[in-house]
Design a protein around this ligand. Sequence first.
Ligand code: KG4
Ligand code: ZN
Length: 345
Amino acid sequence: MKLRSIEEDVWILAIESSCDETAAAVVKNGREVLSNVISSQIALHTLYGGVVPEIASRKHIEKINQVIEAALYEAGRTLEEMTAVAVTYGPGLVGALLVGVAEAKAIAYAAKKPLVGVHHIEGHVSANFIEHPELEPPFLCLIVSGGHTHLVIVKDYGVFTIIGRTMDDAAGEAFDKVARAVGLGYPGGPKVDKAAREGNPHAVEFPRAKVGGSAYDFSFSGMKSAVLNYLNQAQMKGETVHVPDLCASFQNAVVDVLVSHTMAAARDYGCTRVAIAGGVASNTALRAGMQAACEAEGLALYYPSPVFCTDNAAMIGAAAYYEYINGARAGWDLNAVPNLKLGER
Ligand code: KG4
Ligand code: ZN
């Protein structure tokens, strides 16, 4: 297939359905978001205290056509005007991914457009390009989502070197489990964040786990267990737990580890630019902690607006643009890959 010249505008219709948000966006040249439509299933899954995969797939299939239609309408563009169709093909829930992948294939085939498969995590990293036109690789990126916690050097667009990862729970998962334990429910991260604003971050000193592997690896299961133990002991002694203090203390421990590992990596690898990505990147304490640390070390910090931190299709359109101009094309046999690894090149 002939590549368009880079001077020509590239319009991407992007689709994201890897978890519990059905999303579509129109993105021009990787950085200009013309529309970003998200149909959230949060209210539905709240009833069950977490994402129920089969319900997620069923909701995606119900919503996906309207979401795409709305994305094109809001952008004031037609499908015919798109250069390519992009879709998240992994990692994520298999049934949820399949809805987006099948939809994207059908649309691209019918409209005779090239198809681009996007790695969900590459999408999260690329969310930083949307509002920071000056940001270009290389930079250091801390990726903190519900399923992933990675510290990577973004060497080029779509090219990563993983230097640290979680050995157990992802940061978002730890937030969600602690929220459930203290009765805040789903989705946990934003609720802990909100409760923590009224609490004392030094009320309880939770352990900052050290792990054996790389100096930049993470472990959150110890911290989560410490919170559960604290709750059990309080219950046994008949003491009431001050939820905001507990949330603030837990959050402080998580943020402390995320910031200190990121700063150590920035120092060791000589990075002058640091970005954060993923749902947990919208956490107010993490943003403030990173800001203070980066200012103290004279580093530039980048983070997306909250709407681009949690799952959305604009970030998929941003990542797809760089894949597209580098010649990446998916075949009609594109499949969902639920455990897709972050490619290292
Ligand atoms: O990136 P994301 O939307 O989905 C995945 O790819 O996993 O991340 C969702 C995760 C959830 O665990 C959610 O609790 C967490 O991000 N999260 C937060 C906040 N907002 C979302 N965690 C802490 N503070 C927040 N404000
Ligand atoms: Zn995500």
